[in-house]
Write a protein of this length. Structure first.
Length: 274
């Protein structure tokens, strides 16, 4: 009987060297690949695609559809692992921002101050666990004695969980990861960022707008960066009747870290009083 095929594990290249043929060097391999919770290094780190990509790719032979039930089990395992790890977190705030904005920038310093201020207010922070502004928030929280959480994602270009994460978990699937960001947070704070940050921002707005989550503040930190987006929402979306004026009011815009934390604390107090 043929061995079952794991649909999310690419076929082995027969031209690759076996372990016995490789020189027995023990230094840290230059290449590293994260596949879900698994770390692959050296010659094992050769996958060219991610689990998410293989799930969504409709090209190629159609026989892959018969393996989807196995994928469902893997997806289920990510929810089980995430729920089990994060269910005992204290109050937490999910913070998003660019992986590309480095330590020598004002935005990084703001991220550090935000992480520290949230820790002092009694909140854990949850970030994407990567470099840049995610690292800044984790670092600020960790230095201030707070609980620093990082939820990583398998990407074609590898990024590891940063060194300032106390509790880290890597995901294969974006939708499982995004559920954890929302389920275990009392608020979102959004620092300057790119497509991933925008995805997380509008996911949060949609959930608040549709009442899937309540008393859930969404704070944009950085007026120069975000003002253009607010203006576009008013001039284009609102003018076209695609959203209501009250929808724009779901966003709180500030440059002040203390004000951002105060918005979150007040919203949490209102939720507790209900």
């Amino acid at each position: 009987m043929a061995e079952p095929v794991d649909p999310d594990r690419p076929a082995q290249d027969p031209t690759r060297n076996t372990a016995a043929e490789r020189a027995p060097e023990r230094h840290r391999p230059a290449r590293e690949k994260q596949r879900g919770p698994v770390t692959l290094r050296g010659d094992q780190a050769v996958e060219g695609s991610t689990t998410d990509q293989r799930l969504l790719d409709s090209r190629g032979p159609s026989d892959w559809v018969h393996t989807d039930p196995w994928r469902v089990l893997r997806i289920q395992s990510e929810f089980v692992e995430g729920f089990g790890l994060l269910s005992e977190l204290p109050r937490a705030v999910s913070v998003f921002g660019s992986a590309r904005i480095g330590p020598e920038t004002p935005e990084y310093a703001t991220g550090e101050r935000l992480g520290a201020a949230l820790a002092h207010a009694g909140y854990a922070v949850i970030t994407g666990g990567g470099p840049g502004l995610m690292e800044a928030v984790n670092k600020g929280c960790c230095d201030a004695g707070g609980l620093s959480v990082g939820l990583g994602i398998e990407l074609p270009f590898e990024q590891r969980i940063n060194d300032w994460v106390d509790v880290g978990l890597n995901f294969r699937y974006f939708f499982a990861r995004k559920t954890m960001f929302v389920k275990y947070a009392q608020a979102f704070v959004v620092l300057p960022g790119g497509f991933g940050t925008m995805d997380e921002l509008f996911e949060a707005l949609t959930l608040v707008q549709t009442g899937k989550v309540t008393s859930f503040p969404v704070v944009l930190l950085g007026t120069d960066y975000w003002r253009g987006l607010i203006d576009w929402l008013r001039a284009t979306m609102l003018s076209a009747g695609a959203i209501n004026a009250i929808d724009i009011d779901l966003l709180r815009l500030t440059d002040d870290v203390d004000e951002a934390v105060r918005i979150i604390v007040e919203a949490n107090a209102q939720r507790t009083d209900r």
